[in-house]
Design a protein around this ligand. Structure first.
Ligand SMILES: [Fe+2]
Length: 281
């Protein structure tokens, strides 16, 4: 079959789970469309789980719990049933090992909001079979791109590949006061700062103006952008974008450009841009 689309989602703060936003509406539309097209399952790399040394891990806990989240009423997530796909997890492990990755299943990993926030918003009426892939804590962009490239064939098999990270995501430079004082994560007493606007634009340009292997080069190059460290105090939320570039940056993907489908600024300086590369055939 024709390859499925790939999403690079910016999950933002935990409050994106409980509050309504343009991004949340878009996630739901993506979920509805995936179900309508008979999606076989979801393969996701989030920004909150990394393995040390040269390793990566695949979630194989048959009954994962959810790490609790702050600033969200537990009713929004407590009873949502996660649906780990252990068969496809083993398939992913085999594919990754074949490409030389040092990878194992992790049978005790509990899921974190970077992934279940997106799943709940996309699929509020039931989680499709899902495989979570960890990052590697060295945060090498080429390494994470290769993880995406390795799992890319699953797109031909009806699986939806998602990277859940952030376009501009620096917790140290967010303005937290309105969220902490008034539970308002969308308050913006001033415009976003220049470095945030600049890097946000560069992410949009890299994703929407490049396709195929050029997309992979553009996304890895962004980590050398003068404002990268301002926009990402840590590399973790950008790795999901590299995973996506790997999954959607094959020569076969040439001519298929990402589109920016929704965007939600939070905490003044955090830009939650939602990109999709490709469409359901
Ligand atoms: Fe996060």
């Amino acid at each position: 079959m024709a390859p499925t689309p790939v999403h690079f989602f910016s999950h933002g703060s935990t409050m994106m789970l409980g509050e309504e936003s343009e991004s949340a509406d878009y996630w739901k539309r993506c979920g509805d469309e995936a179900l309508r097209r008979g999606v076989k399952g979801v393969i996701m790399m989030g920004a909150h789980w990394d393995a040390e040394g040269d390793r990566i891990e695949v979630a194989t806990n048959p009954d994962p719990k959810k790490s609790p989240v702050a600033y969200v009423h537990p009713d929004k997530y407590r009873n949502y049933k996660l649906n780990p796909d252990l068969t496809t997890a083993e398939r992913c492990i085999k594919m990754l090992r074949t490409q030389g990755f040092n990878v194992d299943g992790n049978p005790s990993f509990d899921w974190i909001h970077d992934t279940y926030l997106i799943l709940i918003r996309m699929f509020p009426h039931g989680c499709p079979p899902t495989v979570l892939i960890s990052m590697n804590a060295r945060f090498d962009p080429h390494f994470h791109m290769k993880v995406g490239a390795t799992l890319r064939p699953l797109r031909h098999d009806g699986y939806l590949l998602i990277g859940s990270g952030g376009a501009v995501h620096n917790l140290y430079r967010n303005r937290w006061a309105p969220m902490l004082r008034y539970l308002d994560n969308f308050a913006m007493e001033t415009p976003p700062e220049g470095w945030a606007l600049e890097f946000r634009q560069s992410v949009e340009d890299a994703l929407t103006q490049n396709s195929g292997p050029r997309l992979r080069r553009a996304m890895t190059r962004l980590m050398k952008h003068p404002q990268f460290r301002d926009a990402h105090a840590t590399d973790d939320h950008f790795m999901a974008g590299l995973f996506v570039a790997g999954a959607a940056g094959d020569p076969e993907d040439e001519g298929t450009f990402a589109t920016l489908e929704a965007e939600t600024w939070e905490l003044t300086n955090m830009c939650n841009s939602q990109f999709t590369i490709g469409t359901w055939a």
